[in-house]
Design a protein around this ligand. Structure first.
Ligand code: ATP
Length: 639
């Protein structure tokens, strides 16, 4: 059905230069792909086609019966026939409407199911995309594709496709009926049809470009709203006193929008004036030519026949008009499908290998980097030849200036990204060969930017382990040093954390996310210490929470504070993406390199080395031997 539309030719006149460039190429592959979504619903589609065909024919039938009402009923002065044709006409109209109801039900059902399939497919696909995708694409863009674009699919199926079909059928049936009745009058009717193609094309072009402009303007408005109405955006606006600037920007876009809306609505209005004039020429011409024919030449033609012709011509304008306008909808629909497919076609960068392995023995969390080179994009290499081994049970602290690549190192372990060259292995197996689910299950990461869902503390904890018992949750919270805080809240674990956890302090959020990781009970613990300043009490609480974890499992700490660094077995100093120094604190401080500099500017805070070591030894002693994370009686030691 779509092939007959010939989108190329008709669409051409509608598009501006820019739109021509942006118009998607309607290839056979694209159509096949679009229709592949209809395939599972082929049976229902056939039913819809039948309904459309029958209701299109039925809806034309009363026009044909008008001739009989006039000739046989009125002129023939036959009351019985008159009543019969009137009733038949009403019955057919009712029948067409009832079939129409069935058709729109099945059609909506199909459209909903197709969008359901597409939405789920898209969601599943997007979940497989690497972090790169989410850092590169704006959230607004992703959400638009998931919502507006896919909603558009429904409109295309219930609107565009159906309209093409029913209008084509109506047109063909009307033409056949007209030519059968009187070829001459049918030809006369045809003469006026091209008259309204001109205003239709003109209006279509204006509408198309105005809609595009309005869309762009709407995007701008949404962008401004998204930026300024978010918590952090509003904070920025307030702190920098940019209220007036933002208001002006918003008002300006809004003003453009109303201008466009008025223009668009008026373009449609003028179009209708022209079209109404042209559409009234048709019937008059038919009456004139029909009258001349009856009076002067063709005596077999009746008044009823002419009325039928006028009625049928009247029924043709709508479909012809729609079919001409539909090229705009068609182009839009194809552009929409192209955009959706573009997302579907984005390669999944980090994928489970077909022969991915799930080791049988319990994971130990050993990590080895071998000559790892990596960058987020091709232009800029971040990590350069990084090589190190973290043995099972050990703890490494990664230190270095801001932006040196510390978080990047840890991002490669759970395969948030894959290396350019070299390898990262987990318990001796290249992470690319391990089952992704297994790998990520065994890694617990507490990032600098703690993300909590808008829900209760309990919801956030259960995210890590949906079947966790109350005791396990309390245990984890105690170990994460957050239980006292939770108990102090009247709602306890059911305290709401607010949008992204913003009702909590940075330290509380981080301790809840430590508890969340503890519930997951991973073999490898990665802790990206917050760079933002926490008060010393919060800092101490976090330190107390992570100390036993470090002692009980393999860990990597991205450290910004001396107390954290001292807890590690080995320190890696990263600068400009390369490991420049490694070793123990005492040795590194004396070495006089990057670490010494960092120590003096960032960590030292005037403590003497002897004091630090004393403090460190004291902490180790308090913690005792490496306990299991759920062992009894450990809480007292921590708290
Ligand atoms: P900090 O101590 O400030 O957290 P860091 O040492 O952890 O810094 P990384 O976050 O690893 O540094 O960043 C290393 C470099 O990579 C930085 O220059 C940063 O701009 C860049 N970078 C980080 N994430 C991305 C990303 N998703 N896309 C592109 N570049 C990135």
């Amino acid at each position: 059905m779509a092939g007959g539309m010939g989108p190329g030719g008709m669409r051409g006149g509608f598009l501006t230069e820019e739109e021509k460039q942006n118009a998607p190429k309607v290839t056979k592959e694209l159509l096949v792909r679009v229709f592949s979504y209809l395939k599972p619903y082929a049976k229902q589609m056939i039913l819809v086609l039948l309904c459309i065909a029958v209701s299109s024919v039925f809806s034309l039938y009363p026009s044909i019966l008008t001739g009989k009402i006039i000739d046989e009923g009125l002129y023939g002065r036959d009351l019985q026939k008159l009543v019969f044709y009137i009733l038949a006409s009403l019955a057919v109209t009712l029948g067409a409407s009832l079939i129409g109801v069935a058709e729109s039900y099945i059609n909506t059902w199909i459209a909903q199911h197709i969008t359901f399939d597409m939405r789920n497919q898209m969601f599943a696909h997007l979940q497989k995309m690497s972090q790169r995708f989410f850092t590169t694409n704006s959230q607004g863009d992703i959400i638009t594709r998931m919502t507006s674009d896919i909603d558009g699919v429904e409109r295309v199926i219930t609107g565009t496709f159906t309209s093409i079909l029913s209008n084509s059928i109506t047109l063909v049936v009307a033409l056949v009926a007209m030519f059968t009745k009187s070829p001459i009058l049918a030809l006369v009717g045809m003469v006026v049809v091209p008259l309204f193609t001109i205003p239709t094309r003109k209006a279509g072009k204006t509408r198309w470009s105005l809609t595009r402009e309005a869309q762009a303007c709407n995007d701008r408005i949404n962008g401004i709203l998204n930026e300024t109405m978010s918590v952090s955006g509003q904070l920025l606006v307030k702190l920098f006193g940019r209220e007036k600037y933002e208001y002006d920007r918003y008002e300006d876009s809004n003003r453009q929008m109303i201008a466009l809306n008025i223009k668009e609505s008026m373009a449609g209005r003028w179009f209708r004036v022209v079209l109404t004039t042209f559409t009234s020429i048709g019937p008059m011409l038919l009456y004139l030519v029909g009258g001349i024919l009856i009076m002067k030449y063709d005596s077999s033609l009746t008044v009823g026949d002419i009325t039928v012709m006028v009625a049928l011509l009247g029924r043709m304008y709508g479909p012809v008009n729609s079919l001409l306008n539909i090229s705009v909808d068609w182009t839009r629909a194809m552009a929409m499908f192209t955009r959706i497919f573009e997302y579907f076609d984005m390669p999944v960068e980090v994928e489970n290998a077909p022969d991915a392995v799930i080791p049988e023995k319990k994971a130990g969390g050993e990590v080895t980097f071998t000559h790892v080179d990596f960058g987020y994009d091709e232009e800029r290499q971040i990590l350069k030849d990084v090589t190190f081994t973290l043995k099972e049970g050990d703890c490494i602290a990664i230190v270095g200036p801001s932006g040196s690549g510390k978080s990047t190192v840890t991002n490669l372990i759970p395969r948030l990204y894959d290396v350019w060259s070299g390898s990262v292995s987990f318990d001796g197996t290249d992470v690319r060969k391990l089952d992704l689910g297994y790998l990520r299950d065994n890694i617990g990461m507490v990032s600098q930017e703690t993300y909590l869902f808008n829900g209760t503390i309990r919801d956030n904890l259960l995210y890590a382990k949906p079947d966790a018992t109350e005791e396990e949750m309390i245990e984890a919270c105690k170990k994460a040093n957050i239980y006292d805080f939770i108990q102090s809240k009247p709602e306890g674990l059911d305290t709401m954390v607010g949008n992204r956890g913003l009702k909590l302090s940075g330290g509380e959020k981080q301790r809840i996310s430590i508890a969340r990781v503890l519930l997951k009970d991973p073999a490898l613990f990665i802790f990206d210490e917050a760079t933002s300043a926490l008060d010393s009490i919060s800092e101490a609480k976090i330190q107390e929470a992570i100390d036993p974890i470090i002692n009980s499992r393999t860990s990597i700490l991205i450290a910004h504070r001396l107390s954290t660094i001292l807890a590690a077995d080995e320190i890696l100093v990263v600068k400009d993406g390369a490991v420049v120094e490694r070793g123990k604190h005492a040795d590194l401080v004396k070495a006089g390199g990057v670490y010494t500099e960092l120590y003096e500017t960032q960590f030292g805070k005037g403590q003497t080395l002897a004091e630090e070591e004393k403090e460190h030894k004291h902490r180790r002693k308090r913690q005792g031997p490496r306990p299991s994370i759920y062992s009894e009686g450990e809480d007292q030691e921590i708290s």
